[in-house]
Write a protein that binds this ligand. Structure first.
Ligand SMILES: *Cc1c(COP(=O)(O)O)cnc(C)c1O
Length: 400
């Protein structure tokens, strides 16, 4: 792995080797270039960094702890540790980049934050950031998702955001993205588009990664302090890939740390039954950037499914796509059933109810622990499971 990694990737045009870039209409390209310039000049400034640090500490409650799972490790072997992003304000890692994006918006004098949301998690995090900074917030959401994700819709409204229903096409995430970009282009002077993961056109994959790096920086220091060494294995779930990039970024140059990105194998390997982009996808273009993509013969994104709605995306961040080709990160999978088992194991052995997204990472960590009883495993627990409990009980019931 090159030293100077973060200076080399992405390059000037936003490419991570062949992935990333920005494949968008010229009017949108102009706005992206303005955001890129602003990001480089503002986000490296002393004032910006001190303000973000203060927010992380006093508002978000960072650093989040690293926690050793005693009972889980005793049962499965290995030494399993969790980076507790479930204890970050709002209960997941997403607020890390939303506060960064909103702070940038404030420095740019913007009045409104615009985004799309699928399951509603990104919408809630962004609505939280908007409330903190006193900015308007407009969240575009497919009508199908609005019905499915009712509690998150209510949360966004309580936080003062406007939820815009999207009623064309399949009425889900893809249409919501188009609608949000459309709204942004109507008033790019006063508004800013805030993406929810390390995806989309340059500069978003870089910006979101940089705002999530705090997770890895903290975790590396905490783990070393607790154990006197680096973890043998670092595991994170991958939807778009923001929580995974956050923790992996601190260990990329430590060749002795094995890195695992866990994607959802869902119900089966049939098209439409999983979202294991790295296992079954090939390079293509979605939402203005190039990445591994689950696609049909025409290059259209395939339907995807996961028990964790935060992971059902047919693409993946461009940086992950590059790290797969470089073989620096191993991309593996966990099925729905393995995920539900891990959800209950962590709840009952440690008193921590994980988000179903994060439970994918836990599921793979349990496999690693069984196979490598002498090794340490650091899992990024990206979020808490309160949002999932009704669904799990209704669909799966209590474990036998
Ligand atoms: C959204 C979400 C994810 C997936 O997004 P990434 O960008 O892949 O991190 C994972 N875990 C939780 C708790 C989420 O809310």
């Amino acid at each position: 792995m090159a030293t100077n990694y973060f200076k080399n990737y992405p390059n000037q045009e936003g490419f991570f080797e062949q992935y990333g870039g920005s494949f968008i209409p010229p009017n949108l390209q102009k706005e992206m270039e303005k955001i890129t310039d602003a990001y480089f000049s503002i986000s490296k400034s002393h004032n910006f960094i001190s303000e973000l640090r203060s927010i992380r500490k006093h508002y978000q409650g960072r650093p989040t702890p690293v926690y050793f799972c005693n009972r889980l490790s005793t049962k499965y072997g290995g030494r399993i540790y969790l980076k507790r992003e479930d204890l970050n304000h709002t209960g997941a890692h997403k607020l890390n980049h939303c506060m960064g994006e909103a702070l940038l918006a404030k420095y740019l004098g913007k009045k409104k934050l615009i985004a799309e949301t699928g399951a509603g998690q990104h919408g809630v995090a962004l609505a939280t950031a908007a409330a903190y900074f006193g900015l308007e917030c407009e969240i575009h959401m497919g009508e199908v998702d609005i019905i499915k994700e009712h509690p998150n819709v209510v949360k966004m409204q309580i936080l003062g955001a406007k939820v815009v229903p999207v009623s064309h096409g399949l009425k889900t995430l893809k249409e919501a993205v188009d609608s949000a970009f459309g709204a942004y282009l109507q008033d790019p002077e006063n508004s800013i588009y805030c993406i929810g993961s390390v995806v989309g056109p340059h500069p978003f994959p870089m910006m979101v990664r940089d705002f999530q790096r705090v997770v890895g920086i903290e975790a590396k220091e905490q783990f070393s302090e607790m154990t006197g060494e680096l973890p043998d294995n670092v595991v994170a779930c991958v939807g778009g890939g923001s929580n995974a990039m956050g923790i992996f970024s601190a260990f990329l140059e430590d060749e002795e740390c094995k890195l695992f990105g866990v994607e959802p194998a869902g119900r089966s390997f049939e098209v439409g039954e999983h979202a294991a982009t790295m296992s079954y996808g090939k390079p293509g273009i979605i939402h203005g950037f190039k990445c591994y993509l689950l696609q049909d013969e025409k290059g259209e994104p395939s339907p995807v499914y996961s028990v964790a709605s935060g992971l059902d995306y047919p693409g993946v961040g461009p940086e992950h796509s590059m790290l797969k080709d470089m073989k620096r990160v191993s991309y593996v999978t966990a099925t729905d059933d393995e995920t539900i088992d891990a959800f209950y194991e962590l709840s009952r052995l440690e008193g921590v109810i994980p988000a179903l997204e994060s439970a994918h990472a836990v599921a793979y960590a349990l496999k690693l622990a069984t196979e490598n009883p002498r090794q340490s495993i650091l899992v990024n627990l990206s979020g808490r499971g309160d949002k999932d409990i009704d669904f799990v009980i209704e669909k799966y019931g209590l474990p036998k």
